[in-house]
Every structure is written in C-alpha cells, then in structure tokens.
Design a protein around this ligand. Sequence first.
Ligand SMILES: NC(=O)c1ccc[n+]([C@@H]2O[C@H](COP(=O)([O-])OP(=O)(O)OC[C@H]3O[C@@H](n4cnc5c(N)ncnc54)[C@H](O)[C@@H]3O)[C@@H](O)[C@H]2O)c1
Length: 358
Amino acid sequence: MAKVKVGIIGCGSIGTSAHIPSYMANPDCEILYFCDLIYEKAQSQVKKYGCGKAVTDYFEVLNDPEVDCVSVCTHTDNHTRVSIDAMRAGKHVLSEKPAARTYAEALEMQRVQHETGMTLNIGVVNRFRTTPNRVKEIIDAGELGNIYHVYVAFRAHRSIPGIGGDFTTKAVAGGGVLLDWGIHFFDEVMYCLGDPEPKTVTGNAYSVLGVDIPGYVFKSMHSRAPKYDGVYDVDDFVTGYIRTEKAPKVPGPSISFNGAWAQNIGIEEMYIDFIGDKAGIRLNYYGGYTMYSTMNRTLIEIKPDYDEENGFQNEINAFIDCVRTGKKLPSHIDTVIITAKLMQAIYDSSDTNREIVF
Ligand SMILES: NC(=O)c1ccc[n+]([C@@H]2O[C@H](COP(=O)([O-])OP(=O)(O)OC[C@H]3O[C@@H](n4cnc5c(N)ncnc54)[C@H](O)[C@@H]3O)[C@@H](O)[C@H]2O)c1
C-alpha cells in the first residue's frame, strides 16, 4: 500500500519534539514538506531527517496534489485559518490543541469539516495515552458506581510559560492557564466521562501575577525565555464550577476546578479526582492513577503498575490510520467542540460575572 504523504506546517517546539519524530517512526507515512515562516527552522528538519522539502508558504504544501494530510503545529492564532485552507484544498488535518482561540473559531472549523468531509482531528493527546484510557475503561465498566463529582487541579507555584511572548498574548494564544494548560485536564475529564454536555458554568479567570512582567519572580522560565517588553493579557489563575447532563437528560457529575500558572502558594497539584459512590479514582497528570474503594468492610487502595505508552506516537499512528480508513477518532472536531464550548463559557462567565446557562 502506498505511504500516506504528510506536510508539517509549523516547525517549532511541538512540531519538532512530537509530531515530526512520530511521523518519522511510522512506517506507513512519509513527510514531503517541512513548512515554517522561518526558513531555517524548516530547513533544519530536512537536514536532520534527510527527507522532504523546506518551504515558508503553507500554500505550497496545500497545492501539491501528492500531499494527503497536514499537521498544523503553528501557534493557536493560525489553527483556524490554516486548517480551513487545508480542508478546502482536500487535505486531512491534525491541528494542535486548543482547537482555536474562541468557540466561534472552533465552530467555523467544524462547519468547514462538515462541508468538505475532510478529517479534522485536534491534538488532544491525552485521549491516546494509557492512563486516561485505563481510567475510562474502569468508569465505563461502572466500577466507580454513580460519579457525582469531579475535582480538577492544575496548579503550579511559578510556571508562566515564556512571559511576554506568544503564550501570554491573548490575540495569539486565545487565553492563558485555562486554555493553554487546563484544556488538557478538561479534555481528559470529558473523555473519561463520555463527553457529557455542560448545562451551567460559573468561572472566574484572573490575570494577576504576570501583569507586571519585569516584577514577576520565578526560578526558571518554562518553555521559552521571558520578553520583558512583551504583552501579558491572559489569565494566570482560574476557578469555577460546572454542572453537566448525560444523555438522555439525567444529571451528570458536577465539576469543580482550580488552575494556576502562578500563585502565592508554594505547591504544585496536577490531578483529577473522579468521586463515585462505589469507588473513586485520582488520576495523576502524567503519573498513573490510584483507585480508592472498600472490600470486606476494609478500606483499600489500588495503585496499578504498568508502562505508559507514548501518547504522541499513538496519536500520529491513529491519524495516519484514519487518513487511510476514514475511521472517526475520539479527537475528531465533533467531540472536541464540547470542550471549546466549555472553555468559552468559563471565560464568558468570568467576563460577565454571572453563571452561563445552556
Ligand atoms: N499537545 C501538547 O501537549 C502541546 C504542547 C505544546 C504546544 N502545543 C500547542 O502547539 C501549538 C504550537 O506551540 P509551540 O510551542 O510549538 O509554538 P512555537 O512558537 O514553538 O512553534 C510554532 C511555529 O509555527 C511557525 N508558524 C507560525 N505561523 C506559521 C504559518 N502561517 N506558516 C508556517 N509556520 C508558521 C512559527 O514560526 C513557529 O516556528 C500551540 O497551539 C500550542 O498550544 C501543544
């Protein structure tokens, strides 16, 4: 069978650390193009892997009829435009998370997916990791009983990424700790619970500790160097409460959450608690899970021991398979759109200081 032909659009951090090596390790595909606005970044990948052509204009990739699919690894402000252009050019798309800066942009991407029939998957990589899938299997099997509450913690002490740069500029990233980091946690929650519909959302997003860029105190800057004359207009702390509904219109679990890129509390917390009437699970972000229950009138704790597969490799393998077979993946825009709606509602609730009711 002919190999699937791939174009990479955006040869920055996630493109070079996750997408490109995963395509290179998949025997069923080959990369024809490395595209980046900065030619040297694209050219360095051609040199490194000894394949493909370096280009700066992504339309050169899209206009080549040989190309079957593209990975969109640009920053978030370009996800909508590049993905839509790619689908209209007849290419299947895997676009990085978050789907887009706003729910409206994500809806536009979904509309064009429906119009063109091309695949549009979003890089919600946790849906391809071992731990969330193990937890989902346990939940689907009813082992936790009725899950009535989920608590989500994504709190760091000082972890604003590249302050003053793309990550902290709303026009580029769309949002801060909630949209950049929290989205991974919310996506895991939605996946494990079977994507229940949000019914009411209350949120508060704060932009506090990063606002004075030169005055921000940190030990080491996450992701990239600070830009002291840059922009900081995104959230660095967020909290809220969500009610959900499961089909056919029965109350689903409520969800409460706290997230911080930076806070004046010296702790790091990264986990999701699924609290059921038979058992509970703490899913540690990137660190396995513990199940709490009772047996024979005794409290028990189960800490399973297993190897975590490479989620990015699984994600790329599944994408290549889906390009060939047309199979709908759990990362399809039709599924991910609920999380985009949820993120928007949290920001809207915060901006308007009221509860959003769907
Ligand atoms: N799935 C994950 O865990 C994960 C991790 C990190 C980043 N991301 C997401 O990946 C995206 C990119 O983040 P990053 O850290 O790799 O950013 P980055 O700035 O390191 O890389 C983006 C690259 O895209 C290039 N680019 C921008 N516009 C372009 C265009 N029109 N055509 C061609 N190239 C273009 C830039 O020159 C840059 O090299 C973000 O949306 C981010 O949220 C996802």
